[in-house]
Design a protein around this ligand. Structure first.
Ligand SMILES: Cc1ncc(COP(=O)(O)O)c(C=O)c1O
Length: 391
C-alpha cells in the first residue's frame, strides 16, 4: 500500500492536521505503530478512551451485542439502552435522557429544547474560551473566532460573556435570559477551571431569573476530574448535563441528561436521530460506567490525579522560566508554557509519549483513566528530560 499520508492527501478533504504515525493497534494505555514502536498515550483519543485500548470487557460486550443486532431503528427501545441509561442517570443524578451520537449533537438537541420551552426571543449565553462543537448551534456557542470565520451567518439569539468575570454576568443576565451553557473546566480553551465565586454568582442569578443551566461535561465528565462530573466539585444541581466522548467506550455516543422538570418539554416527533443510542455503543458504554463508578476507577483517578499534580508542580519549580501555570483536576490537566508548545509535543512523540497542545501554549494531558502512577512517572521523567534539553 502507498504511504497512508500521501493517500490521505489524494482522497480526503483536508480538515485535520494529522499526527505522522501510522497506528497499527492499541492495548491498554499503549498505541503501537506499523513498525512496532510503542507509544504511551496521554491524551486517550481526546478524552474518549477512558479504559484505554482493546479492553477485554468492552470487547466481550461489543461482540455479544454485535451477534444479537448492531442496529435497530429508534422505533424500538432495547434492553441494553435501558441498562446504559439507568446507570448514567443514576450517577449524574438527572431524571431524563436523550441519546445522540456525539457531543455537538447533544448541544444541538439542547438548543432545540431551550427554544421550545423559552420561545424565540430569549437569549442564550456561553463564555469566552468555551468549546461546544462544530455544528451550527454548537459553533455559535463556541468562543474561538478562528472556527467561525467564513461560516456566518451563525445562529441568532446567542451571545458570549467573559468567563470568570462576575460583573459581566450581573450586567447581562436578566429575565430575558433563556439559558447559560458552561464547561466548568474549559477543555479545548486550555484547561481553565471556573472560579468558585463565578459559579456562586451564576447560581444566585439562576435562582432570581430561572434560566436553564446547561453544564457541558462532554470532556470533563465520567470521572475525568476525579469526581463523577465536574459539577460535583461545586455545590450545584444543573438543569441539563451534556455527555459524550468517554460514555461510548470508544464508540460514538452522546447524551442529553435533563432534570425532572424538563423531561416533558420535547415530545414525540420533536427530535430524533437514526443512529443515536446505538446498542453496540451502549453495550461498550455500560462497561465504562461500571468500571468508573462501581468498580473504583473514580477513586484511583482522584488519588493518582493528586500525585500527578504534585509531580507537575515540582517540575514547575525546577523550570520556572518554562512552565507558567498548571491547571485542572484529576486527569484533566493543562500545563501552560511561556512559549508555543507544538515543538514539545513533537519531542514527547519522538520519545514515545503522546500529549496534546491546545490554545498554542498549553500542553493538554488527558490520560486514560486506567493510567497508573508508574505511567505518570514515565511522563514526568521524559518531561524533565525535554525541559533540560531546552534549557
Ligand atoms: C466540551 C466539549 N463540548 C462539545 C464537544 C463536541 O463534541 P463532539 O466532538 O463529540 O461533537 C467537545 C469536543 O471536543 C468538547 O470538548
Amino acid at each position: 500500500m502507498n504511504n497512508i499520508f500521501e493517500k490521505e492527501k489524494e482522497l480526503f478533504i483536508s480538515t485535520y492536521k494529522r499526527i505522522p504515525i501510522d497506528i497499527d493497534h492499541g492495548e491498554g494505555i499503549y498505541l503501537y505503530d506499523s513498525n512496532g514502536k510503542k507509544y504511551l498515550d496521554f491524551f486517550a483519543g481526546l478524552a474518549v478512551n477512558a479504559l484505554g485500548y482493546s479492553h477485554p470487557d468492552i470487547n466481550k460486550e461489543v461482540n455479544k451485542q454485535m451477534s444479537r443486532f448492531s442496529h435497530l431503528s429508534n422505533y424500538f427501545i432495547t434492553d441494553v439502552q435501558i441498562q446504559f441509561a439507568e446507570k448514567l442517570l443514576k450517577f449524574s443524578g438527572m431524571s431524563g435522557i436523550f441519546l445522540s451520537n456525539s457531543g455537538t449533537e447533544a448541544v444541538e438537541g439542547t438548543i432545540k429544547l431551550i427554544r421550545k420551552l423559552k420561545g424565540p426571543d430569549k437569549k442564550i449565553f456561553s463564555f469566552t474560551g468555551s468549546f461546544h462543537g462544530r455544528t451550527y448551534g454548537a459553533l455559535t456557542l463556541t468562543s474561538n473566532e478562528k472556527y467561525k470565520q467564513g461560516f456566518e451567518p451563525l445562529l441568532p439569539g446567542i451571545s458570549m460573556l467573559e468567563f470568570n468575570n462576575s460583573s459581566d454576568l450581573l450586567k447581562n443576565i436578566n429575565s430575558d435570559t433563556a439559558a447559560v451553557f458552561i464547561e466548568l473546566i474549559q477543555g479545548e480553551g486550555g484547561i481553565f477551571p471556573a472560579s468558585e465565586e463565578f459559579v456562586i454568582n451564576i447560581e444566585k442569578l439562576r435562582k432570581e431569573f430561572s434560566f436553564i443551566l446547561v453544564i457541558d461535561e462532554v470532556q470533563s465528565g465520567i470521572g475525568r476530574t476525579g469526581k463523577p462530573f465536574s459539577y460535583n466539585h461545586f455545590n450545584i444541581i444543573p438543569d441539563i448535563v451534556l455527555a459524550a466522548k468517554a460514555i461510548g467506550g470508544g464508540l460514538p455516543l452522546g447524551a442529553i441528561l435533563v432534570s425532572k422538570e424538563l423531561k416533558t418539554v420535547l415530545s414525540a416527533g420533536n427530535h430524533g436521530t437514526t443512529f443515536g443510542g446505538n446498542p453496540v455503543s451502549c453495550a461498550a458504554g455500560k462497561v465504562v460506567l461500571e468500571k468508573v463508578f462501581e468498580e473504583g476507577l473514580l477513586n484511583k483517578v482522584q488519588k493518582n490525579g493528586d500525585y500527578f499534580f504534585t509531580q507537575l508542580n515540582n517540575l514547575k519549580k525546577e523550570f520556572p522560566t518554562d512552565i507558567k501555570e498548571i491547571r485542572g483536576k484529576g486527569y484533566m490537566i493543562g500545563i501552560e508554557h511561556f512559549n508555543e508548545c507544538s515543538n514539545l509535543v513533537e519531542k514527547f512523540r519522538n520519545r514515545g509519549v503522546l500529549v496534546n497542545c491546545t490554545n498554542q501554549n498549553v500542553v493538554r494531558i488527558l490520560p486514560p483513566l486506567i493510567a497508573e502512577k508508574e505511567h505518570i512517572d514515565v511522563l514526568i521523567s521524559i518531561y524533565r528530560e525535554i525541559l533540560k534539553e531546552n534549557a
